[in-house]
Design a protein around this ligand. Structure first.
Ligand code: PLP
Length: 273
């Protein structure tokens, strides 16, 4: 496998970043996961725009979009696969021990892993921990993912593939790596960005393509929603057939199934040439 590091392709086994890289020592970094279908990245422009927003939120220099595009193309060409997940990581670079940034510029790594299509439906749990809708990192796709790692491990223990968070005022927010949608009386709703959720790229496409409304939703909406689905780069649109102890038989229900179809039909539009 080849990855991109320090401006060129390197062997994954021998590529090295500093042990003082602040992405490692203090989680000072941002990332994107981009789906690649037959070697073509999906919605790369949107991912690059979000990468820049995250960089600005952390006070990192703007990433060079041309370099990131070149890196993605080179990594995809070097590692052909039918369905891949590109991982773009951009950190504060190596610096002193402690939180002050050093003089060195950022580190950019682009790696690729093989992935598979997710099942049409899945089980989720809710967790008692909250997303902070007003934090310094809210809405930024940072590498500080430990809270998600803990929540996902709890989901796995309970036979689920995702854990959903509420925010500090008891509203539904998002999953560890996905956005959440509910269907109420035939209408699709999803929490607004003010809930503290990430501006998911799949979420934005699902809103555009299905007309879903952004609505403040109490966490207990999960106990009464007619249908629930998740969106993310690697899940696309995925129905929920169980949330905690509540079964949703027949998932995907009709509204979710339609959203899945629309997504399938239209997602070719967003493949980069
Ligand atoms: N929310 C969080 C916390 C995420 O990490 C992700 C993706 O990894 C998403 C939502 C979904 O975003 P996207 O559709 O851009 O993959």
């Amino acid at each position: 496998m080849k990855i991109w590091l320090d401006g060129g392709l390197q062997d994954t086994e021998s590529a090295r970043v500093s042990v003082f890289d602040h992405g490692l020592t203090v989680g000072d970094g941002i990332f994107e996961t981009v789906k690649a279908v037959d070697g073509r990245p999906f919605a790369l422009t949107r991912h690059l725009d979000r990468l820049t927003r995250s960089a600005r939120g952390l006070g990192l220099p703007d990433p060079d979009h041309d370099e990131v595009r070149r890196a993605c193309a080179a990594v995809l060409e070097a590692n052909p696969m039918p369905l891949g997940r590109l991982r773009i990581t951009y950190t504060g670079g190596h610096g002193p021990l402690g939180s002050d940034r050093g003089e060195h510029g950022p580190t950019l790594v682009v790696a690729l892993g093989e992935t598979t299509r997710r099942p049409d439906s899945t089980a989720v749990i809710t967790v008692p921990w909250t997303r902070n809708e007003r934090g310094a990192l809210t809405g930024l796709k940072t590498t500080s993912y430990a809270e998600n790692v803990v929540a996902l491990a709890r989901a796995r223990e309970q036979g689920a593939s995702e854990a959903l968070f509420g925010n500090t005022v008891g509203l539904l927010c998002e999953g560890t790596g996905s956005n959440v949608f509910v269907v109420l009386d035939g209408e699709i709703h999803t929490p607004p960005l003010a809930s503290g959720c990430l501006a998911g790229i799949t979420r934005a496409l699902a809103i555009e393509w299905t007309g879903a409304e952004e609505t403040d939703l109490p966490l207990d909406v999960l106990e009464r929603a007619d249908e629930i689905f998740l969106t993310s780069t690697l899940r696309d649109v995925q129905a929920v057939h169980r949330v905690d102890d509540r079964e949703l038989p027949g998932a995907p229900g009709p509204v979710t199934a339609k959203a899945m179809r629309v997504f399938e039909e239209r997602s070719g539009d967003d493949l980069d040439p």
